[in-house]
Design a protein around this ligand. Sequence first.
Ligand SMILES: C[S@@+](CC[C@H](N)C(=O)[O-])C[C@H]1O[C@@H](n2cnc3c(N)ncnc32)[C@H](O)[C@@H]1O
Length: 194
Amino acid sequence: METIEQIRQKAILNHIPIIMDETLQEVGKILQELNPKTILEIGTAVGYSAIRFSKYLSEDGYIDTIERDSERVKEAKQNIANLNLENKIHIFEGDALEILPKLNGPYDVVFIDAAKGKYPIFLNEALRMLRNNGIILADNVLYKGYVMSDYNKHKQRTAVRGLREFLKNLQENKNLSTEILETGDGLAISRKIN
Ligand SMILES: C[S@@+](CC[C@H](N)C(=O)[O-])C[C@H]1O[C@@H](n2cnc3c(N)ncnc32)[C@H](O)[C@@H]1O
C-alpha cells in the first residue's frame, strides 16, 4: 500500500505532471479557509492532487475529477482505493469536453488542470456550475513564461493561445474577481462575486 508521498515520488519518476509543492501550498490555504463541500477537478492524472485536496473537504464533501487517459485512471483508482477515499473522490473517465456538459454541480471549487488549449471551454463549463462565492483555480496559466512573452513555437502555440484567451476572459468577467500568482507555473484564482 502506498502513502501519499510514495504516490508523489512515483508520479515524478514516471514523468506524470502533478501539482507542484508551492502550488499545493497556495491551494491548500484557500481550501482550508473555504472548507468546500464539492470540488470539480479537470485533469486527475494519478489522483495525487485530488487526494491532497480531499483533506480540506467538509464532512460529507466530495470531489468529482475527470481524466481521459485510461492507464492514469486505473492508477488513480488504485491510489484512491488504497487510501480508502472512494466515497470522497469520484473519477469520470473520458474527455472533459464530453463529460463536463453532462455534469450539473453545483461546485464550490473548480480546479482546472488539463489541456491548456481548452481552458476557455473549461472556464465556460466551470462558470455554469460554480456556486455563488465559489472559486475557480487554474494551474499552469503562465506556462513557463510563454504566455507573457512573444514566444511562438509551433508545439506550444495552441496552448499559449488558449491560455491567453482564458486569462482575458477571466479578467473581463464582471462576476469574477481574479488574481494571478506566479506560484509554480502560474496559478489563477477567481472568486465568483455575484
Ligand atoms: C497536469 S495533469 C493533472 C495533474 C493532477 N491534477 C495532479 O496535480 O495530481 C493533466 C491531466 O489532464 C489530462 N487531460 C488533458 N486533457 C484532458 C481532457 N480534455 N479531458 C480529460 N483529461 C484531460 C491528462 O491526461 C493529464 O493526466
